[in-house]
Write a protein that binds this ligand. Structure first.
Ligand code: FE2
Ligand code: FE2
Length: 600
């Protein structure tokens, strides 16, 4: 039997004191009665008297109410355990509170990214539509609901006494259930929403009932918060599963070989063998594990399954490649974005080849949880094509040099005295250009222009070219046309324009006294000026049919004398330095036409 004591216990058995107590039987029948103790002479006895008095009706009603509230509280908590969505939470709680708690109406509203989304349930009508509103409207009203949204619970209020703001105000007033409480749904300081309960009569939302509704609001807030966490976790898990599946499909069906590596902790692997590991990589403080290989990887490696790849992977690399592979993997696991490597490999059937590796690191908080996805492709065919292309270019370059030399030699057939003149001019022009710091392409221009600069002499009669005496004025004028003739010969050839221009300008002089166009300093290209210096130095230092060699010293003297007048001063200085300080000589090896195929 459960005893509900209305009087303080310490007085209960004092002799002569009679107290009112209530009993609550197992059959849920409530008795009220009197208990007391009398002492007569030396004897003492106590008595119990049961009396279901008229004044006890209120207490019975109260107890029934509390009983109902407890049932409602338990039913709500059971409902909270089973909810799967916020909508379900709002609907179920509203309904249970109304039906089990015998209230007129209840609604639960939740704040969702600034919106206020409530669901209401009315006794005898079920779920009801309310006036459309949002939480800013409610919050600005200043009523109990607005206060609850701010986290402050209200005591029982009459709807007629509070400011407008309630979303179901008309509904409530029409139903004449005007008494209500607004309770905040707050969990760990976070305001989640509001829980409103309505009654027809005043006093139904006070005392013990109010306390229980407050506890229920706390439970709703806790459940709502846990639900959100659970939904978020489920969302993340689903997203992760989708992402994993996508990754798996892409990985598996990628057209290139893909391997996924991981790092196993050193100490773990020393104690027990890890079947995923493929071996020790010296530069890692970890052992390397191979977690996955796609179909293309198995096919490229000729392996039946992942385990075969694990067992054979490192043995595919010759010693040098293995070191490079280590460096590559360290760089990938280190998060380098420029992780690409071509490595020589030796397949199990002893065929040499090249694989290109490309890698990306999948970061993780712990070093040992990092992953690296390595893509690789057999590039032996590409390498062979590259080798072939290189050989082809080398052959072409050689052929080009031979053609230029052949064209250059043609003039020597007609004029043996100038044998080697163009080659030597080309060498000196190249050396001056190099001293100037010109790039390889510009040096090639000088070389080719030097080799062909006098090709126009093919159009000059041999007897004039080889005349062992001073030329007459007319003969000299004829010789001078070799410049324009040479230009005409090369102008339709796909030489760089600067080659053709240098040939056309190799007899121009800074003061405008040159030919064929009498250009002045600013009008002559650098290549033309270099060719002019090289040409005159070589010509003066060589034998001619009409005079013996004047020697290098005389030639250098001449260009120095005409420094800044006929010839560019800086080029003159460089030329003199080449001979006097750099040990340049016309007797050195002929120049090469390395890379000249670029001009084709
Ligand atoms: Fe010339
Ligand atoms: Fe010349």
């Amino acid at each position: 039997m459960v005893v509900i004591v209305r009087s303080a216990g310490e007085y209960l058995y004092l002799p002569g004191v009679i107290r009112e107590v209530g009993f609550y039987s197992l059959h849920r029948k409530v008795f009220l009665g009197w208990v007391g103790c009398l002492r007569v002479e030396r004897l003492g006895f106590s008595f119990w008297r049961w009396d279901v008095a008229k004044g006890a009706e209120k207490e019975i009603t109260d107890l029934r109410e509390i009983n109902r509230m407890l049932k409602m509280f338990i039913a709500c908590n059971q409902a909270l355990l089973e909810i799967k969505s916020e909508e379900e939470l709002k609907g179920n709680i509203s309904k249970v509170v109304v039906e089990k708690g015998n209230y007129a109406m209840c609604w639960v509203g939740v704040l969702e990214e600034g919106d206020f989304v409530p669901v209401a349930y009315v006794r005898g009508r079920g779920y009801v539509e309310g006036r459309k509103t949002n939480w800013q409207v409610i919050a600005s009203s200043g009523g109990p609901t607005a206060e609850a949204l701010r986290g402050n619970a209200s005591l029982e209020k009459n709807m007629l006494d509070v400011p407008f703001g309630e979303p179901w105000r008309e509904e409530v007033l029409a139903g004449s259930f005007r008494f209500f409480v607004s309770l905040p749904l707050v969990y760990q300081g976070e305001r989640l929403g509001v829980f409103n309960v309505y009654a027809r009569k005043a006093g139904c939302l006070t005392g013990e009932r109010y306390r229980l509704l407050g506890d229920l609001a706390s439970d709703i807030a806790l459940a709502l918060s846990l639900l959100r966490v659970r939904l978020l976790q489920e969302e993340l898990r689903e997203a992760l599963e989708v992402s994993e599946e996508r990754y798996r499909l892409i990985f598996e069906h990628a057209p290139m070989g893909l391997l996924e590596f991981g790092l196993a902790a050193k100490e773990t692997c020393q104690e027990s063998a890890n079947e995923e590991e493929i071996g020790w990589m010296g530069k890692f403080p970890f052992r390397l594990t191979l977690l996955r290989a796609n179909r293309q990887a198995l096919s490229t490696m000729g392996a039946e399954n992942l385990q075969v790849v694990r067992e054979t992977f490192l043995s595919l690399f010759p010693e040098d490649s293995l070191v490079s592979l280590e460096t590559f993997l360290v760089s990938v696991f280190g998060g380098s974005r420029e992780s690409q490597k071509e490595l020589a490999i030796c397949t199990p059937d002893r065929k040499s080849g090249y694989w290109q590796f490309d890698g990306i690191c999948i970061p993780a908080e712990k070093e040992s949880e990092k992953r690296a996805v390595i893509a690789f492709a057999d590039i032996i065919e590409r390498r062979m094509a590259q080798e072939e292309e290189k050989r082809w270019y080398a052959d072409l370059e050689k052929l080009f040099g031979q053609v230029v030399r052949m064209a250059s030699a043609l003039i020597e057939v007609r004029c043996p005295y100038t044998a080697g003149h163009q080659r030597r001019v080309a060498r000196l022009a190249y050396a001056i250009g190099k001293e100037l710091g010109m790039d390889e392409e510009a040096l090639q221009v000088l070389s080719i222009a030097g080799m062909l600069h006098d090709i126009g002499k093919m159009g000059i009669p041999a007897e004039i070219l080889n005349k062992p005496a001073q030329l007459t004025g007319a003969e000299w004028e004829l010789v001078k046309t070799h410049v324009q003739l040479g230009y005409e010969v090369v102008k339709d050839v796909d030489f760089p324009p600067r080659v053709k221009q240098a040939i056309l300008e190799h007899h121009e002089r800074l003061d405008g006294s040159g030919y064929p166009r009498g250009l002045k300093n600013g009008q002559i290209t650098l290549e033309g000026k270099i060719l002019a210096v090289a040409d005159v130095v070589e010509a003066m230092s060589s034998h001619r049919p009409y005079r013996p060699s004047l020697g290098i010293a005389r030639a250098l003297e001449e260009i120095q004398r005409q420094r800044d007048c006929l010839y560019d001063a800086r080029l003159v200085d460089l030329c003199v330095r080449l001979f006097q300080e750099r040990g340049f000589s016309f007797e050195d090896e002929p120049i090469s036409f390395r890379n000249s195929a670029n001009f084709l």
